[in-house]
Design a protein. Sequence first.
Length: 527
Amino acid sequence: MRTYDLGHEYPYKGRLYISEQEDKEPSWAAYLRSGFAVLPKIMNIVTNRALLIVAVKQGNRNIHFAFSFGFGRYLLKSSSYVRNYGLKVALNAIYQGFPKRGIVDTNLIQSLDVKTVAANTIHTRRQSNRKTAFELFGVDVQRDVLRSITGRPAGEGEWGTRISGSDAVTIGCAADFGELGVRCKSIETLYRKNNYKDYFSWIDNIKVVTDPRLKEELEIELLEKMKSRQMENLELAPPEIVDWDRLKSFRFSLDLDQLYEELDLGCFIELLERKGKLEELSIKQLKSTYRIDALDGNNESVWTWNALQCLCGELPYHGQYYVLEGGEFTAVDDGYRKDVDKYVETIKEYRGRFPRWNAGWHEDEFNVASGKLPAYLLLHKQNVRLPEKTTPIEVCDLLSADHCFIHVKPKFSSSTLSHLFSQGYISGELLCTSPDFRKQTLAAISKALTQKIKGPPTKAALSKFATFQTGSINLREYKVVFAIIGDWAGKEFKDRLPFFSKLNLRKSVQDLRALGFEVLCKRIQQS
């Protein structure tokens, strides 16, 4: 590495780092040479890396900016820069000077990167062929995490015609070398503004922890809680959607002979202690050494995850609220968390009675037993196929005599519950919008009624579902119920569900209510 200090003729300090260039053939050159007798020497030219560090004084603060050239960004340590710095700079530049209410010019945004927190975390890049309004990109401000944005700065003067921001900021304008110090001060001033909060205050609600130092601190806190058995808000759960009818047991790589009906963090901790591994437990071991297998009825491994992927829960730390899910920490604004809890409290509980849960049952056995009761009709696995949908849709698991479409899922993992809430909304939306879906739903109800064991009174009550027409339906006559099986320990929905599950529950309930459904929840205690 070569370093060069900036001369005194400039009004700021600077140091340039240039990586020694490596002249070597790329890995694919030998493969091509095996097929061609004569080839010229093929050299990599993408290894040039330079990094210019500029130091400026802003008030009483010394601030350092890094300008990367070629692949110079790889010379920076991941803990050396402020996360989301460029995102806030770009948002402040784009929305600078706009009134708090009513934007006249909405042709501002060209592209953005979003992380959606749902049943599966999805990263997407959305871009338009021309600058347009932010609202047209379909961002869900309740669940999406904005990672980067590209748009037109207000005025197009100091910041050029295009600015992009994520952790870094890219500005499309010319600047003489001598102006870099002034530019850095202007960027820092823009970063300190709060213009973005007039329209994008929601980006501070949920923030993925990317700071390596904070992440390491949270990992240490997690390990300490596990070792001291302070696990009230932590648990083990599958990190993805699984077929619970197929899944019969779990096992830990620490003891392949011991099978567990349920994933339980307490059992994992006891196993670590029994093997003398608890005190030396590390994040590296949770990531790579300790695995968890989900087994089918033949004790064959169907899913395998590392232990950290399965750890989930809530972790208060230094006055901030963090969520662990899928091996990733997310910071949640306290006010936002309370707003979500307040909304979840508005969801009333369904008063219908269900069979007592038997040890060893799975979702399938529970639904079948419920379907034998007079008040319920079993539609579990009665899927409807539509040409515009790539996967079959389950209308619901159970119909009730009091006009409820009941969707049932066990466990408290975010992936499972998010799938449950999504399933309920998709079914509800199609009942509202698709005559073909309603037609097939009526056929499934008719088939289930003919198979119903109980007598005519039950059939008469349940047959009310067959009175709605395929051409239209009055959704206000029907309800959607989300029934969740698990160890509730006497707690309410807001106190027992994972945070991201509550986010997705709120979104689904809002959408279903907008369609006209009443939405209820049901706690089913798992013995």
